[in-house]
Design a binder for this molecule. Structure first.
Ligand code: ZN
Ligand code: ZN
Ligand code: FE
Length: 810
């Protein structure tokens, strides 16, 4: 008997070859009907006998294209209507827009084979793509994902491309950015002044220029890169000077995985990530025999490597056969350097966002790049490269952008209204949410200049349009002066939800892992605005029924100069020393901080005595700064977190794994427990004066003290409160030693330890945490009575009830 199935599929199912897959599958199973894309995802009707329909339904999920991510398949049986044949119908714009937009995908092996095949019509064509690979998020202007809604709209397909596009059996069937040398985008090579350089093969010419030590701005997928030969020390230094980027590491793109292995250690898991469709930058341990200049990542034991992810990148590493040697190698001429590792750093001046519009790039990068390799496919949204590392067997995302955004992060319970979370100040991301879905935008950066703020604003508007999120609830950071806070408060909304920074860090872990509270949350972090107006950042929370109690924290120390202390860690060091030694021991401090100009020391001692411009901070990041300053003599840093990173590497390189922690103390009073690092710094000072311990040893022991403290306090609170789950988050947990020791120590005590999964533990995860907090609090609004205590509890209880009800319905 013939029956009909109406099938609704949601998830990342557009722009990944899903409809041709359905088409082929339907033909294989002898089914009639149609398939189309719409605002919610893919919809299809299939008619045939029950057995074929069942096996078709199974195959839909089991054999789906690699890049697809299915969230749900809903099947509704219906009486047959007598379809004959199966067809792919035009997209329709109906229903609520909830379709997922695919992230950009690295070039696939099939496309690369064509690009390398001299007989193929796409030989050496840099914009080759198919339904399995190519640009997506960076070219989409609106959904549904159709060519007319992308930045490819201006290119009319030639006959051959159109045939592929229309042939359901072809790999390029409905590949929206489909193109070839006849009809698609093209490269051009320009001087820094914008003069066109005629070149038969611009990529080959760029290789020649890179060999000569030039710096070339290369327009890529989500923005411009600045490229130079990574083996050329002078070129690397020149790039540093021109970019005004003194020490921050540069990312490296290598020709292949074998090249990377020559310079760094690569585990199986790391190799898998490097070669995956997201193609992020992966932080890898530098080999001792690494031949790349130190100036690529000064003081770093890790190098950030990634593989080519567009055909253009692949071509940049390929020698055109004719260019190699028209008449064979010249006798006696040295073979050209391999040029198989390039510095590929974001195309921007130090703190600005990456350039992606051509005129803007031409202007902003003119003083950095010698040449521009550009093309005429517009980039609609700027998307930076993502950065990940493998931390104790699991991927830790440090910057979530290309390849990951705008993948949905599922919420464990639905938000009751459309929510916008505007995120923090540094490493900003924003997030939009409706139902169970949270869309965290791509990396924005530090919201400290107009350019970045514009990127932030444009991104919010664009994502809101793509996913049809019209926020009525706006979540924002407690800090009154953040640009993200001011922006939030300038919006028209029904409800505003202020979020404490470190509570948001912990909420991000609870949300990502769907942890049932009560939990102990440990937020070890840089800084964030606390409920009491002081700067927080070394926090232990007890979270019960959705309400946060600050159950313990690091003892606050004054931060002389406020934000200046992050750039000049000696200020934190001085403050910690004073706290542990008392005022009169200034001469010892001067000796320990002998690298700091005397007059500066004296000035800051006076500031501390009079408590001038010295806000109190319990930030764990500042404690690490202080230790790095004392142990390494690192008194000034070029970027946030540099001192702690180098301290970690010193510990790894030279520490004895079993040396004892330095002392610390915990005051367990009736209120919040106070964790005191005074004794830690007093002992550190003593050891430094004695001068018999190595830097590696001291660095290791300092890490052991902090992890010992975290384990002791978190487990102490857990047992007092009868809690089994501990959530760790905050930028300090990017530290591998600390993370590993805390996880191990807490697990050994029988506790379950949770950390961030797909989102970064640093401030880039804050916006998601704000959405989670907003979802708890929004439920309180309709609780009726105005009693404030227990409001959050009821909010969470109600959120759970709604979540269960929705899950039952779905
Ligand atoms: Zn492909
Ligand atoms: Zn064509
Ligand atoms: Fe933070």
């Amino acid at each position: 008997m013939r029956i009909r199935h109406l099938i609704r599929i949601t998830g990342i199912v557009q722009g990944v070859g899903f409809r041709p897959f359905v088409y082929r599958l339907a033909l294989e199973h002898g089914l009639d009907g149609f398939v189309l894309n719409d605002g919610e995802g893919v919809f299809l009707e299939a008619e045939g006998d029950g057995r074929s329909l069942r096996s078709f339904g199974r195959a839909l999920e089991e054999q789906a294209p690699k890049a697809a991510r299915i969230d749900s398949v809903r099947i509704t049986p219906a009486p047959p209507v007598g379809y004959s044949g199966f067809e792919i119908r035009a997209s329709r714009e109906s229903g609520e827009k909830t379709a997922r937009v695919s992230p950009d995908l690295a070039a696939c092996p099939e496309c690369l084979r064509e690009v390398r095949d001299a007989r193929d019509r796409r030989y050496r064509y840099p914009f080759t793509n198919c339904t399995l690979c190519g640009p997506r998020f960076t070219i989409i202007r609106d959904v549904p994902y159709d060519r007319a809604q992308t930045t490819m709209a201006g290119f009319t397909m030639c006959r051959l491309c159109l045939e592929e596009y229309e042939d359901p059996g072809d790999r390029r069937f409905h590949a929206q950015p489909n193109a070839c040398p006849e009809c698609g985008p093209h490269l051009a090579l320009l001087t820094a002044q914008g003069t066109l350089l005629p070149a038969r093969d611009p990529v080959q010419e760029v290789r020649r220029l890179l060999r000569l030590g030039s710096i070339v701005a290369v327009k890529g997928l989500g923005g411009y890169h600045l490229a130079c030969d990574a083996a050329n020390e002078l070129a690397v230094r020149t790039l540093r000077n021109r970019k005004v980027r003194e020490e921050k590491p540069f990312a490296l793109m290598a020709a292949g995985i074998a090249t990377i292995r020559r310079e760094a250690r690569v585990s199986r898991k790391e190799a898998e990530i490097l070669g995956g469709p997201e193609a992020p930058i992966v932080l890898l341990r530098r080999r001792r025999e690494c031949r790349l200049p130190e100036s690529i990542a000064p003081g770093q034991a890790h190098l950030g490597f990634f593989l080519p992810y567009t055909p253009l990148h692949h071509l940049l590493f390929q020698e055109a056969p004719q260019a190699e040697s028209p008449n064979g190698p010249e006798p006696g001429a040295p073979p050209p350097a391999p040029l198989d590792v390039l510095v590929m750093t974001s195309g921007n001046r130090s703190d600005e966002p990456i350039a992606y519009r051509d005129e803007d790039a031409a202007e902003r990068l003119a003083e950095i790049a010698d040449y521009f390799l550009v093309h005429n496919r517009p980039i609609h949204l700027r998307v930076d490269d993502s950065v990940v590392r493998v931390a104790h067997g699991r991927v830790q995302v440090l910057r979530r952008s290309r390849g990951y955004a705008p993948r949905v992060s599922r919420l464990p319970w639905p938000v009751p209204a459309h929510v916008l979370a505007t995120g923090p100040l540094l490493k900003n991301t924003y997030a939009l949410a409706k139902g169970f879905d949270c869309y965290v935008g791509p990396h924005v950066g530090d919201l400290e200049n107009l350019e970045t703020f514009r990127a932030f604003e444009e991104g919010i508007r664009h994502l809101g349009r793509l996913f049809d999120v019209r926020p009525t609830v706006v979540a924002y950071d407690l800090h009154p002066d953040y640009l993200s806070t001011r922006y939030a408060l300038s919006l028209e909304a029904e409800e505003f939800v202020p979020c404490q920074h470190h509570e948001a860090h912990i909420a991000s872990v609870i949300g990502e892992n769907a942890v049932e509270d009560p939990v102990v949350g440990v937020a070890f972090d840089g800084t964030g605005y606390g409920h009491d107006g002081t700067v927080w950042g070394g926090e232990f929370f007890v979270v019960r029924d959705g309400a946060f109690t600050r159950a313990a924290h690091l003892r606050a120390v004054p931060l002389p100069g406020g934000d200046q202390a992050a750039r000049e860690p000696w200020r934190s060091a001085l403050s910690y020393l004073r706290q542990s030694q008392g005022e009169e021991e200034a001469p010892i401090r001067a000796r320990l901080l002998s690298g700091v100009p005397r007059e500066n020391l004296a000035l800051v001692e006076r500031m501390l005595t009079r408590r001038l411009n010295s806000p109190l901070s319990s930030g764990a990041g500042r404690a690490f700064d202080a230790a790095a300053s004392l142990i390494l003599g690192k008194h000034r840093v070029a970027y946030e977190g540099q001192g702690p990173m180098e301290l970690e590497q010193t510990a790894l390189a030279g520490g004895r794994a079993h040396s004892d922690p330095l002392p610390y103390s915990v005051e367990r009073g009736s209120g919040a427990w106070i964790c005191d690092l005074g004794p830690t710094f007093a002992e550190l000072a003593r050891l430094l004066v004695v001068g018999r311990s190595s830097k590696g040893d001291l660095a290791w022991r300092f890490h052991r003290s902090i992890s010992g403290l975290v384990v002791e306090v978190a487990s102490g609170l857990a047992s007092r409160e009868g809690i089994q789950d501990v959530c760790l988050s905050g930028g300090v947990f990017q530290n591998q030693i600390l993370l590993g020791q805390c996880e191990e120590g807490l697990r050994a005590l029988g506790l379950r330890v949770h950390r961030n999964r797909d989102l970064p533990p640093n401030d880039a995860g804050i916006s998601f945490g704000q959405v989670v907090l907003a979802s708890w609090r929004a439920f309180q609004g309709d609780s009726g009575d105005g009693v404030s205590s227990g409001r959050e509890a009821r909010g969470l209880g109600r959120a759970r009830k709604v979540a269960r009800a929705v899950q039952r319905r779905g």
